[in-house]
Design a protein around this ligand. Structure first.
Ligand code: 6PG
Length: 250
């Protein structure tokens, strides 16, 4: 499903409504909600809107667990840190227990080590969750099923830190991988969830803005096969729901 809005505030408002709706359903069904946050600059307005009391009070933060789809290889206090963006605009303003914040920690000796540790953290978390969720008929028991994954997209069609022409797009086993080559903006190494994990999600919601990204999306929707060769975002095809929210301007 794709929905277009005049600007990022209107798109952000729609995104917040989806987050609240999915959170309520997840907590109702299994007692907890797993939310994967996206990075970059686009989500800033949406996170701030979600933190507003009228919205925040509709989410059962005590039963919510927050993860990241990717992280840049910078300290958590760095302006380019995806953790810092979420912490500043959202996490610092809501009653989310600190033990429910599953940060991609970047303080280790290498992005590869950080990726291994994050994957272990995910396996520990999903290994301990209720079997009800893991035994869902379509669930692949070797993969975690997040309730909602938020994603952005670069103008080159990358998503999370899955960049065009990189081998990570072929990764089938790992849940989390390092992106050692400095790619994207900022040009730093990264850690990212892999396609098998992203595509296992119950719901995926893209929030993008601007003409160029809208053109990329049009190609993805009109020519998915061709687009896969060009744009990693074209590989996002979850069993669950896929929602694109497009703001005509930032
Ligand atoms: C990252 C993001 C990345 C982002 C896109 C769009 O860490 O860079 O996760 O996938 O969503 O690059 O970024 P903007 O929203 O800043 O355009």
């Amino acid at each position: 499903m794709t929905r277009e809005f005049a600007d990022i505030r209107q798109a952000g408002r729609a995104a917040v409504a989806y987050i609240i709706k999915i959170a309520k359903a997840a907590v109702m069904e299994k007692g907890f909600f797993t939310l994967v946050l996206s990075g970059g600059s686009t989500p800033k307005t949406m996170y701030a809107m979600l933190s507003e009391p009228a919205n925040a009070e509709q989410v059962a933060w005590q039963q919510t667990h927050v993860f990241w789809g990717d992280e840049r290889w910078v300290p958590p206090t760095h302006p380019d840190s995806n953790y810092r963006l979420a912490e500043k605009e959202l996490l610092s303003k809501i009653p989310l227990p600190s033990e429910n914040i599953h940060q991609i920690t970047t303080g280790y000796a290498s992005p590869e080590i950080a990726a291994e540790i994050y994957e272990k953290n995910l396996r520990d978390f999903f290994g301990s969750t209720s079997q009800v969720e893991m035994n869902a008929p379509t669930a692949d028991l070797s993969l975690p099923r997040f309730d909602l994954v938020l994603l952005g997209m670069g103008q080159d069609g990358h998503t999370a830190s899955l960049f065009p022409g990189t081998d990570i797009l072929k990764e089938k086993e790992k849940w989390v991988a390092a992106v050692p080559e400095a790619r994207g903006v900022p040009q730093v190494p990264r850690i990212t969830l892999t396609l098998p994990v992203l595509n296992q999600a119950q719901n995926i919601l893209f929030l993008i803005s601007g003409k160029r990204k809208k053109e990329v999306l049009k190609t993805i929707l009109a020519h998915p096969g061709d687009a896969e060769r060009l744009y990693p975002a074209a590989h996002i095809r979850p069993d669950g729901n896929l929602i694109w929210l497009i703001a005509r301007q930032p």
